[in-house]
Design a protein around this ligand. Structure first.
Ligand code: KG4
Ligand code: ZN
Length: 422
């Protein structure tokens, strides 16, 4: 089936069309078309994501991205010229060659019927409404089987924009719509790999053995999820305060480095390891490393860095590298310990790692070594699917379609704290 997916939970506006087939034992995916707009340059100015700005940007970018998708892969077969939304007897203006036997599929018919409903739906999305109407009135119903949209967790104003956009498309095109949990998206992100590499983690459509453990590490989340089968998720541990990426970002700010701080800290830490810089007296805590659960806490680690920087005053470039290395090592030690304990306790067969922080090569290498010791397989997403994207929302939606019937224009609520527990 062909799936259109929509992701607006944070600072990436993303759309994708994927082809999905196979059953839950062996789902297969192909990316047909994707379009993504990252707001990272805008949020750099604020040193973090500012929800009202993010929402405005989603509303502004969704239709241009839909047009981009359409130009890469014609999702709608025919352009309908000359139409004007909300004028009387629109259908009379549609040229004969596009009317043919598909007249009842021409969206203007539905648009005319549903004008009020859609206008009400998009009441709070002024930047979106006009562009969307003009797209819809000039394009036929596309050849799609399902629409999926992120409904949480994330920034609620941003989630609503994506949901309202998805609902409008579902209504006008009469295509079923499913809400998707963004974290199930990150878990699913490993289900396709277009890099035809030679390692096991680069198998195109990997086969997952359960129970599987997912470690999800991003700017907003740090979670360990026990997966008994697709759709059966139990969050066995999560951060009590800062997420891993957030800790990187905050420590970067303490060291005077730009947002997002993860790659900056990673670079300095790598230089400290390469140059084998002395450890001086820099040593940070490994928070909750010996707690008997799978939860995390990183704000104390950040505070330890804060105190150290205050104590040092002026910080040399080498000292920044030493601090970055020790901070990163503390993160790695905690992640490794919790993952190891979970693998042992739940007799885990596969490890899935997702989220933007997994771009970090040092963390990746350490996890790779850990699973080799445990003799289990690890799956990382390819680079572009490790950060927020819509392809993963399409794949998670396909998995969900086996346990929930998708309907046209369902009730969907944005849930900022939506949990994966099922
Ligand atoms: O998944 P993502 O793109 O967005 C969220 O949903 O949060 O993750 C972004 C986070 C940021 O906090 C960023 O600093 C961090 O991932 N990050 C890294 C690296 N690259 C990005 N953290 C550590 N090392 C990296 N190389
Ligand atoms: Zn994410």
């Amino acid at each position: 089936m062909k799936i259109l997916s929509i992701e607006t939970s944070c600072d990436e506006t993303a759309l994708a069309i994927i082809e999905a087939e196979g059953d839950l034992d062996n789902p297969k995916f192909e990316i047909i078309s994707e379009a993504l707009n990252s707001q990272i340059d805008i949020h750099k100015e604020y040193g973090g994501v500012f929800p009202a700005v993010a929402k405005r940007e989603h509303a502004r970018n969704l239709v241009p991205l839909l047009e981009e998708l359409n130009s890469k892969f014609q999702i709608t077969k025919n352009q309908i010229p000359n139409s004007k939304f909300q004028t009387e007897s629109n259908s009379n203006k549609i040229p004969d060659q596009v009317r043919d036997d598909k007249t009842d599929e021409i969206p203007e018919q539905v648009l005319n019927d549903k004008t009020d409903e859609i206008q009400k739906l998009l009441e709070r999305e002024p930047q979106l409404t006009e562009k969307l109407f003009s797209f819809l009135e000039t394009h036929e119903k596309p050849d799609l089987d399902l629409i999926t949209v992120t409904s949480g967790p994330g920034l609620e104003p941003c989630l609503w924009t994506g949901i309202n956009f998805a609902k409008a498309l579902s209504i006008v095109w009469q295509i079923p719509l499913l809400p998707v949990n963004h974290m199930e998206g990150h878990i699913s992100s490993i289900l396709i790999n277009q890099n035809r590499g030679s390692t096991k983690s680069e198998i195109r459509n990997p086969k997952i053995n359960f129970p599987t453990l997912a470690l999800l590490i991003s700017g907003g989340h740090t979670e360990l999820v026990l997966i008994k089968s697709w759709g059966k998720y139990e969050v066995i541990g999560q951060t009590k305060d800062d997420a891993v990426g957030e800790a990187y970002d905050k420590v970067a700010r303490l060291l005077g480095l730009p947002y997002p701080g993860g790659p900056e800290i990673a670079k300095l830490a790598e230089e400290a390891r390469e140059k084998d810089l002395p450890f001086s007296e820099i040593s940070f805590p490994r928070p909750m490393v010996n707690s008997k659960d799978f939860d995390f806490s990183f704000s104390g680690l950040k505070t330890a860095v804060l105190y150290k920087t205050q104590e040092l005053g002026e910080i040399s470039d080498d000292m920044k590298k030493i601090i970055a290395r020790e901070f990163e090592q503390a993160i790695v030690d905690v992640l490794k310990k919790k993952v190891t304990d979970a693998i042992d306790q739940f007799d885990i067969k596969n490890l899935i790692v997702g989220g933007g922080v997994i771009s970090n090569q040092y963390i990746r290498k350490n996890l790779q070594e850990l699973v080799e010791e445990k003799d289990i397989e690890v799956f990382f997403p390819e680079q572009k699917l490790s950060t927020d994207n819509a392809v993963m929302i399409g794949m998670a939606g396909y998995l969900k379609s086996f346990r929930e019937q998708a309907v046209v224009n369902p009730e969907i609520k944005a849930e900022g704290n939506l949990s994966l527990n099922s």
